[in-house]
Design a protein around this ligand. Structure first.
Ligand SMILES: Nc1ncnc2c1ncn2[C@@H]1O[C@H](COP(=O)(O)OP(=O)(O)OP(=O)(O)O)[C@@H](O)[C@H]1O
Length: 225
């Protein structure tokens, strides 16, 4: 069983003549311990597909499971718990809390879930990401690349079933972007994490084990290496 599965997923926006089938009957399995990139032209449905997979958007029909739990049809409250406990997010805009230090940002999701962060895991992640000497700084005192590494450490800290990354290098220069992509790949290959990343960027997708290409809401290419 995959970390995440989508079965016959449909997402329609609007109704009648003006309706758009942003995701048009997509079935896909995202295996544990793999790094998948979702590509495709603007408007092909990448963000909609990922938002549905992550439980950030409702689906019109079809089903999604995360870590074996069917999320379609869950109450808002139950869905919030699944997102908090099982999903990590990395966004283009980092989304760190400005008043908290890097360390506090990293441990916040686990604390919100009522857990303490495993110290061994924390040290390992911080070590892989090379941010050990920046932990007491606030986001404004960090470079974009460092902020995104903190965001990645935060996503990893709860050992989620899957990390969804939405254009994670969109706001970074090419060198910092390459570092963040290497760390995403390391989190898959060294920590066994599962990562699903939306990107426009062919060179970013080259870090992935598998590339899905969408066009008009459908998978038109599925390449593994
Ligand atoms: N909230 C919405 N309301 C109506 N239509 C929407 C909404 N969000 C997306 N769409 C439409 O759904 C289709 C897919 O959009 P989506 O943002 O998923 O594509 P994308 O591949 O992520 O595009 P981009 O690469 O430009 O971000 C587009 O036709 C878009 O206009």
């Amino acid at each position: 069983m995959g970390a995440v599965t989508a079965t016959e997923l449909v997402k329609t926006y609007g109704s009648g003549d003006r309706s758009v089938r942003a995701v048009d009957g997509v079935s896909a399995t995202f295996d544990r311990g793999r790094f998948t990139a979702i590509m495709g032209p603007s408007g092909s449905g990448k963000s909609t597909f990922m938002h549905c997979l992550a439980g950030l958007d409702t689906v019109t029909s079809g089903s999604i499971t995360i870590g074996g739990t069917e999320i379609t049809g869950l109450s808002d409250r139950a869905l919030t718990a699944v997102r908090r406990d099982r999903v990590g997010f990395v966004f283009q805009s980092f989304n760190l809390l400005p008043q908290l230090t890097a360390r506090q940002n990293i441990t916040l999701p686990a604390e919100l879930a009522g857990r303490t962060v495993d110290q061994g895991m924390f040290d390992q992640v911080v070590g892989i990401l090379g941010i050990g000497d920046r932990l007491d700084h606030r986001p404004a005192e960090l470079s974009g690349g460092q902020q995104q590494r903190v965001a990645l450490a935060r996503a990893l800290s709860t050992r989620p079933d899957v990390i969804f990354a939405d254009e994670p290098t969109g706001n970074l220069d090419s060198r910092s972007g390459a570092e963040v992509l290497s760390f995403l790949r390391d989190s898959v290959h060294r920590l066994g994490q599962t990562v699903v990343m939306v990107t426009h960027d062919q060179s970013a997708a080259a870090y992935a084990d598998r590339v899905l290409v969408l066009a008009d809401g459908r998978i038109v290419q599925d390449t593994s290496r």
